[in-house]
Design a binder for this molecule. Structure first.
Ligand code: SF4
Length: 393
């Protein structure tokens, strides 16, 4: 348990992030913690790098909506100070606090207070001795051994309330390290690709590492380490877990076709407008934006609600059934209206309130017109193939 958040076992995978404010700035840090919690973050880490930070934590922890982890790097005394401040978890980097008596003093204090520790191995700050032992390189084996050495110190004082991370900025290295770690320990694992970098590349790297492991059943809590507003980290973590079916959906799942030569509207613009209109609202429906009425309603028939463009108008559909026709510039507003209606009254009532017959006829008329205008082969592939064949003699 990190405060009231269970980590590991059958508990849902949790989302973590870290504040970027000075922890001594109590109001600034709390504002960021609240923003992170609103974006779906379950646990927040704050650095505890100086006494002023520990003093800040003493005021932050009782006012925080989520449990707080204190990040400790070099000074074991900061770990003791953070515990005194009431934090719900510590993160120790075994590469930075190396003296066994210091490690054991912190573990014994955590044992007495019932506070867990994350052993946070980092490929970039590995214990020198391990670095040399493994040929001057950071290897998965070296990272796993670092975690095991720390566990052994903890065991000496009878402490094992631990979760572990073996992060690296290199994705294949990080994946292999976690796989090896999962083989040798049953402790909950905290996943992350460290220093993943700015958007959008950082998102891709972090997702590649975290999602691969989650799909293998490895990982209990995750953090995206992005060079961006930490709220982006929380959103990304939350969205990944929702997309993988590991957390219940809280907000809209907007799907949209990639658009093609048949599109009757600017799908990218409409999808972005819809995304902005729904924002962070708690409407856990799947909503589709499709570029044409020829294929749109069929391809998105599993969506709760969707819109497909026809000739200067939009065809709304609910679970694949056409329910209404709206002007092109009212497509996004209509989506929001219908989504709100479904949230309040359910899918069945939404279908009952519509003139399905009229909506279906209108969609069919536009579908026919579109076929007539653009044909079945909108990208003119047939014509091109004919020409290519002629070139070949
Ligand atoms: S829904 Fe229509 S516009 Fe969108 S990709 Fe499919 S065929 Fe093209």
């Amino acid at each position: 348990m990190v405060g009231d958040v269970a980590v590991g076992g059958a508990a849902p995978v949790s989302v973590q992030s870290m504040t970027t404010t000075k922890t001594a700035d109590v109001d600034g840090t709390l504002a960021q913690i609240y923003a992170l919690a609103a974006a779906g973050c379950d646990i927040v880490r704050c650095t505890c790098n100086e006494l002023e930070a520990a003093e800040g934590l003493a005021q932050i922890v009782p006012r925080s909506p989520v449990p707080i982890v204190a990040d400790i790097h070099h000074q074991y005394r900061m770990a003791l100070a953070a515990l005194e401040a009431g934090v719900q978890c510590l993160r120790l980097n075994p590469g930075n606090i190396r003296k066994p008596e210091h490690i054991k003093a912190v573990a014994a204090e955590c044992r007495d207070r019932g506070v867990p520790i994350r052993i946070g191995v980092n490929g970039g700050s590995l214990d020198e001795r391990l670095y040399e032992k493994y040929g001057g390189r950071v290897t998965p084996e070296a990272m796993v051994e670092s975690a095991q050495m720390e566990l052994a110190y903890f065991a000496e004082v009878g402490f094992e309330d631990v979760k572990i991370s073996v992060k690296a900025s290199n994705v294949p290295l990080m994946i292999e390290a976690y796989r090896q770690l999962a083989e040798v320990t049953d402790h909950p694992l905290h996943l992350g690709v460290t220093e993943a970098g700015p958007l959008p590349g950082g998102l891709l790297k972090a997702t590649a590492g975290i999602a691969t492991l989650l799909a293998e059943g490895i990982g209990d809590t995750i953090r995206y380490s992005l060079t961006a507003d930490p709220v982006e980290e929380a959103k990304a973590g939350r969205q990944l877990l929702e997309a993988m079916g590991l957390r219940e959906r809280k907000s809209i799942d907007l799907i949209a076709c990639p658009s093609c030569g048949r599109a009757e509207v600017d799908v990218i613009a409409i999808a972005q407008q819809a995304q902005a209109a729904f924002g962070e609202r708690e409407i856990p429906l799947q909503v589709a934006v499709m570029g044409c009425v020829v294929n749109g309603p069929g391809e998105a028939r599993d969506a709760d609600l969707g819109i497909a463009a026809g000739a200067k108008r939009g065809h709304l559909f609910v679970r694949g059934t056409n329910v209404a026709v709206v002007p092109e510039d009212g497509m996004v507003d209509a989506l929001v209206d219908w989504a709100e209606f479904i949230m309040e009254h359910g899918i069945e009532r939404a279908l009952e309130r519509s003139d399905i017959h009229a909506a279906k006829s209108a969609a069919e008329a536009d579908r026919g017109a579109l076929f007539e205008r653009k044909g079945a082969d909108v990208n003119a592939s047939g014509q091109r193939i004919e020409t290519i064949r002629k070139l070949g003699g």
